[in-house]
Every structure is written in structure tokens, then in C-alpha cells.
Design a protein around this ligand. Structure first.
Ligand SMILES: [Fe+2]
Ligand SMILES: [Fe+2]
Length: 373
């Protein structure tokens, strides 16, 4: 495969060049509409929500970030490896919530990346059904940007800047003319990671406002994740081995980079400095704790936030014996292979859809539309 070749093994993913608007106006194009996405497009009204309307999420509900951790200490790496013990007890909640601010800022930037990437797909996909799906995803990502912006603004004023390394990675995806890179990068890697991270935040957050925001966001993300699965089912089985290897390697590299940056002590150096800690010392503590956990075999693979993502790639055929040993450091790959398709995030999203249907006063109760189907 040449370096910059689009993979159009299914007509639903054919794309025009970004500067070829006339290609959208070719009369025959309108009639070539795939039905593959109709079900997820028509389900959108079932999980409508509006982050500006307090009947969905009330950002004015009080939560004192000076007195209570948004995420509990057991979920914050600096508390688990002894770093927080060097912070004065009276400052630890503030310290922990600044780390939570950094994490939530990363999520907000991820949502903006998803908005820009789905708008991009909408701009170039030729299939009217795929295009309608992408337009809808862009609309949903836009409300996630609004929701997380609101949450961050109400507690800290503004988000932290995006990590420069991640900025470079995501910018490459946004500017890439390759549909597969945008779909694998957005719908499989970013959406898969988001479902795992959001499930974790939803389960453990001590702030009911954040929990609600996450649950409603997940009702949308579960469908976005589904789009990636549909693409994979229609494309991966037809790929020549060289192309499959290339996508498999790229997905691993992107995932590895995202995971490394997610908890990067260097990124949090400004926070540490406020409490008299050197980021290099923190880095050593974190690495030493991870090494100890590895030696003890106590990395908890069954609750890893990476399970959703890794399972998605595994089921899609994007983890073969070439990369399975790398992922096996984080999860039990064989256990995942034997599991069904449902994930914990699907249950949270389904419960969120039922909640939204009650708010939206749909007649006839819960219409059984699940992103996991
Ligand atoms: Fe999103
Ligand atoms: Fe999404």
C-alpha cells in the first residue's frame, strides 16, 4: 500500500478530496445512500439532551472543591503512590482536584477533537447516509464540548492547555485526508478510550453533577463507538495483510501515546510546583510504584479503563498475535476474546437513555434502542 491511500472497501466510506466540493453535487450521488447507519441516526431523538438546560444537568448544584475530592483518592495516581503524602494534609483536597482539573481538561480537548474530526468526516464522506451520521455526531460532540466547558468553568474558570504531544497527534488526524485514519483514530481509539474513562469517572465520582454529565455524554458516545464497529465489520475482513498490519500498528502507537500522556507527570509540573514538588521526582515515584505493581502481578486487569478500547480493537480484528502481547500488559486479552460484546459503558448508557426518555416525556416508555445492539 502506498503511504497515503484511502481504503474504500465499502462504498459507504468513499470520500471526496477536502477541496472537491463539486463532487458533493453530482446528481447520482444523492441516490447512493447506504442504510447501514439508519438505525443509529433515527435513535438520536431518544437520547436528546441539552447541557444548557438545568432539567438535564444543573451546573448550579453546589459542590465545594476546597472540601471534597471530585474523584476519590484511590483513583488518583499521586495519592496511590505516596506523592500526596508530601503535601500538607490541609492542601490535599485542593491538590487532588487540580489533578482532576487537568484530567477533565484533557477530556474537554478530546471532545473538541471529536467534534472537529466528525465535522471533517461530514465534509468528505460521499455516502449521504454516512454523511448524515457524521453531521449528527458533530452536533452531539458540540454539546459535549458545551457540557464539559460548563463544568470546568463553574469550578475553575477555564481549562488547562492541551498537552503539546497530544496536540500534535490529534492535529495530524484532523489534517489527514485518510478516512481510515480519522475513523480508527476517532471512532475506535478515542471513543473506545472515552467509554472506558467515562465509565470509571461515572462509577467513582463524588460529584453528582459530573456523574450526570458523564452519563448523558455516554448515551451519545455509545452510538459513536457503534459507528466504528460498523466500519470495522465492513472493512477489516477485506484488507490485504500489509494494510491490516499498518492500521494495527498505527492504532497501537496512538493508543500507547494517549495512555502515556494521560497521566504524564511532566504535564502536571505547574500543579506540583505549587505544592513544592518537582515533577521529575513525582515521575520517579509513579514509575517505581508501577514497577512494583507489575512485579507483584497486582495490576488489576479486570477493572482496567482500557478494557472497552482493547476489546473493540480485538473484536474488530485489529489486535492479532503481532500486537496482543503488548496489550496483554494492561488487560487479560484472552478473557476479553471470550466475552460477549457488551461492556459496562453500554449499561450506563442504556440507563441514561431511559432517564432521558423520562425527562423528554416520550410516550410509550423505553423504546428498546441500545447502542450495543
Ligand atoms: Fe463526545
Ligand atoms: Fe463521541
Amino acid at each position: 500500500m502506498g503511504k497515503d491511500v484511502n481504503l474504500t472497501y465499502d462504498p459507504a466510506y468513499e470520500a471526496a478530496a477536502p477541496d472537491d466540493f463539486p463532487a458533493m453535487l453530482v446528481p447520482e450521488r444523492y441516490g447512493k445512500r447506504s442504510t447501514a447507519f439508519d438505525k443509529i441516526i433515527s435513535a438520536t431523538h431518544d437520547h436528546f439532551w441539552d447541557p444548557l438546560d438545568p432539567k438535564y444537568v444543573d451546573f448550579n448544584q453546589p459542590f465545594d472543591i476546597e472540601k471534597q475530592l471530585i474523584m476519590p483518592a484511590e483513583t488518583i495516581i499521586e495519592f496511590k503512590c505516596g506523592v500526596a503524602d508530601r503535601v500538607a494534609p490541609a492542601d490535599r483536597v485542593k491538590f487532588g482536584n487540580l489533578i482532576n482539573h487537568q484530567m477533565l481538561s484533557g477530556i474537554l480537548h478530546g471532545e473538541q477533537a471529536a467534534l472537529s474530526l466528525s465535522a471533517d468526516l461530514c465534509h468528505i464522506l460521499l455516502d449521504p447516509g454516512a454523511q448524515e451520521y457524521a453531521a449528527n455526531q458533530a452536533r452531539e460532540e458540540a454539546r459535549h464540548v458545551t457540557g464539559f466547558s460548563n463544568y470546568i468553568r463553574s469550578h475553575w474558570g477555564k481549562p488547562a492547555p492541551m498537552d503539546p504531544f497530544l496536540l500534535k497527534l490529534i492535529t495530524e488526524m484532523v489534517y489527514s485526508p485518510l478516512v481510515w485514519k480519522k475513523i480508527v483514530g476517532l471512532q475506535m481509539v478515542l471513543e473506545g478510550l472515552a467509554m472506558g474513562l467515562f465509565s470509571n469517572f461515572y462509577q467513582f465520582s463524588q460529584d453528582p453533577v459530573l456523574k450526570q454529565l458523564l452519563q448523558f455524554t455516554m448515551t451519545d458516545e455509545a452510538f459513536h463507538h457503534k459507528f466504528g464497529k460498523i466500519w470495522a465489520d465492513k472493512t477489516i475482513p477485506h484488507l490485504p495483510k500489509t494494510e491490516l498490519d499498518k492500521i494495527e500498528d498505527w492504532a497501537w502507537e496512538l493508543f500507547q501515546a494517549l495512555v502515556a500522556e494521560l497521566n504524564s507527570p511532566e504535564l502536571k509540573r505547574d500543579i506540583y510546583e505549587q505544592f513544592g514538588l518537582d515533577w521529575r521526582w513525582v515521575n520517579d515515584q509513579v514509575l517505581a510504584a508501577q514497577e512494583k505493581a507489575k512485579q507483584r502481578g497486582s495490576l488489576d486487569k479486570s477493572t482496567s479503563v482500557f478494557r472497552t478500547f482493547i476489546k473493540t480493537l480485538l473484536k474488530a480484528g485489529l489486535i492479532t498475535s503481532r500486537t496482543a502481547p503488548k496489550y496483554a500488559r494492561l488487560v487479560d486479552v484472552e478473557e476479553l476474546r471470550m466475552e460477549g460484546d457488551r461492556m459496562i459503558g453500554d449499561d450506563i448508557a442504556d440507563e441514561g437513555i431511559r432517564h432521558l426518555q423520562r425527562i423528554n416525556q416520550h410516550e410509550g416508555g423505553f423504546i428498546s434502542v441500545s447502542a450495543a445492539e
